[in-house]
Design a protein around this ligand. Structure first.
Ligand code: GLC
Length: 570
């Protein structure tokens, strides 16, 4: 049996576990083995690990004690997977298989080659990856480096022990943040990070410049709220994975974090701790009825707040910001866990809601009219299981399932362990609807006919079961895999990954698939879509070595108590 190297070559031999000193894959070990594996410090780079672990989240995480305004550290968790947060990620793949039992799929090598072809250089240094390398269709802005699209590429490079490109990217983008941004005559907030950027070559002068888009060129002219959050999350992943704290400690990076925080923590007319946004300000970057308080942004907001807490220095400027973050985290977790969570019991409660209640005693706080419950949700909701719904605002609950928000809720521990298990139960029991023939539905279900006309504004790209409107996006595989491992259910991710690898290379790494079960390559899907490639690689690497999860997952903070328990049926 031949095993393939990360560069696509085959070494033609398999060494035993003892010879290699490697660990078995997650599928050949039982729970206690896994716990030992996750707890066992790696022998490589233990010096770096030790020094970095001194700053691990639990030790740095602070929570406000209600009685005396005193900051105290959160407890270490005893759950097996919580410990992943402190696990050091291993170094670069050298071409030697790390596990004798884990046979890399033949497309892994091809995926690495495709990922490397997508690299974008600026003045001789790699600074990102292009969104899609597809010359067959109109470029639009797919020839740019998107901040959100680069995240899976960055994780793949970090997991492969190649952090330089990630560092270059983080430095370039923080520099772009400090530029003045304008849409027509209106100046955007200082902290706004670009959605994407492009390297321009001037062949006459032989110079290179960077042109960034903060929403002023994007379809719909919406600024990307998610970019800044992903930037902070990636900075933590870099720090966690390399042990190099010096990058995050640089004044321009500290300022970058604070500017993003200032943007989203500023006080205004809000009565909710969630973040109010316009339609299309995230991965779903077109009108799709995700304005208000979309789950994708709320989960990323929560995760970015926690990562910022981890990264900010305790100095005069940092302390102010830290105070605000701590308060917001508490309010946000209460709000999300109480009002966004839906399981069969909660659904039944809403179904029986009284309306027009006034004052503090109101049960139906947002005056949701039970008649607005869509019919599909009664069939979709399993007896065991639950999820964070798409949006909650006055008299409006969007009951659609959104993949990214739910996975990020698990990774950031916005979801309690019980809620994480319930989300996994739902994915398992609604496999046909959410995974079908290609992982993974971006949202469920699709909007059709009249609803599609009103909500999307007749968008021909977002017709039913296509693109953002119920299409299937391979990039989401990495998020599903990370969430599954965190929730202790890697088998679910393995099943999804096998489905993806049976088609992705053959189909040319499409951006998305269409149809109720995701059978068809998307109507306008780009080929060689980089995040489809990188997402697959990250999923594979995490399944092979679950300790990689530590760079993208945060352990539960015991101080943030769940407000709503899972119903007895779960
Ligand atoms: C599409 C997607 C967006 C992505 C971009 C580049 O606009 O909706 O999420 O970042 O393509 O791939």
């Amino acid at each position: 049996m031949a095993t393939s190297r990360v560069d696509g070559t085959s070494n033609g031999s398999v060494k035993s576990k003892d010879e290699e000193g490697t660990t078995p894959s997650i599928f050949e070990i039982d729970d206690s083995d896994l716990q030992r594996l996750l707890e066992k410090p790696r022998q490589l780079n233990t010096e770096r690990k030790r020094s970095f672990d001194e700053r691990s989240f639990s030790e740095m995480s602070i929570t406000m004690s209600p009685r005396n305004n005193f900051y105290k550290t959160s407890e270490h968790s005893s759950r097996a997977f919580d410990n992943l947060d402190g696990v050091y990620s291993p170094g670069r793949w050298t071409g030697t298989p790390r596990s004798a039992y884990f046979e890399p799929h033949p497309i892994v090598g091809e995926a690495w080659e495709a990922l490397r072809r997508s690299l974008v250089n600026f003045r001789g240094q790699p600074v990102g990856t292009i969104a899609a390398l597809d010359n067959s269709s109109e470029e639009l802005n797919y020839d740019q480096v998107f901040v959100r699209d680069f995240v899976p590429s960055a994780l793949a490079f970090l997991m492969n022990g190649e952090p330089e490109i990630v560092k270059n990217f983080l430095l370039k983008t923080v520099f772009l943040q400090s530029r003045e941004k304008k849409v027509d005559n209106f100046k955007l907030g200082e902290g706004v990070m670009p959605a994407s950027f492009k390297v321009l070559h001037n062949p006459v002068r032989n110079t290179e410049t960077i042109l960034a888009d903060y929403g002023e060129s994007a379809i719909g002219r919406v600024a990307p709220v998610d970019s800044g959050f992903w930037w902070i999350i990636l900075l933590r992943a870099y720090t966690k994975s390399t042990g190099d704290t010096s990058l995050a400690e640089r004044p321009e990076m500290q300022r970058g974090i604070r500017l993003i925080m200032t943007l989203c923590l500023s006080e205004g007319f809000d009565t909710f701790p969630t973040l109010l946004c316009a339609d299309g300000c995230c991965m779903i970057d077109r009108r799709m009825g995700v304005y208000g308080y979309p789950i994708e942004i709320q989960a990323l907001f929560f995760m970015a707040l926690r990562c910022a807490l981890y990264l900010l220095k305790r100095d005069c400027e940092g302390n102010d910001c830290i105070d605000q973050i701590v308060k917001r985290l508490h309010a946000l977790s209460f709000h999300m866990r109480s009002y966004f969570w839906l399981d069969i019991k909660q659904l039944n409660d809403i179904y029986r809601y009284k309306t027009e209640e006034y004052s503090h005693t109101a049960v139906n706080k947002f005056n949701v009219i039970p008649d607005s419950l869509p019919e599909w949700v009664f069939d979709f909701m399993p007896t065991r299981g639950g999820y964070f719904i798409g949006n909650v605002s006055p008299a409006k609950m969007d009951f659609r399932w959104f993949c990214l928000g739910n996975c990020v809720a698990i990774l950031s521990s916005l979801a309690t362990p019980e809620q994480s298990s319930a989300i996994m139960d739902l994915i398992e029991s609604r496999w046909q609807e959410l995974v079908g023939e290609m992982p993974l539905k971006i949202c469920y279900p699709a909007m059709e006919s009249h609803e599609w006309r009103i909500v999307t504004g007749c968008d021909p790209k977002n017709t039913s079961w296509s693109y953002h409107n119920g299409g299937s996006w391979p990039v989401l595989l990495w998020l599903l895999t990370a969430a599954c491992i965190k929730a202790g259910r890697p088998q679910i991710a393995k099943r999804a990954t096998e489905l993806a690898e049976s088609r992705l290379l053959m189909d040319g790494w499409p951006e998305y698939y269409d149809g109720k079960s995701g059978r068809f390559i998307g109507k306008q899907a780009r080929k060689n879509q980089t995040w489809s490639i990188a997402g697959y690689l990250v999923a594979k690497m995490m399944l092979e070595d679950p300790s990689h999860l530590g760079m993208i997952s945060l352990e539960e903070d015991k101080q943030m108590k769940p407000q709503m328990k899972r119903s007895a049926s779960c």
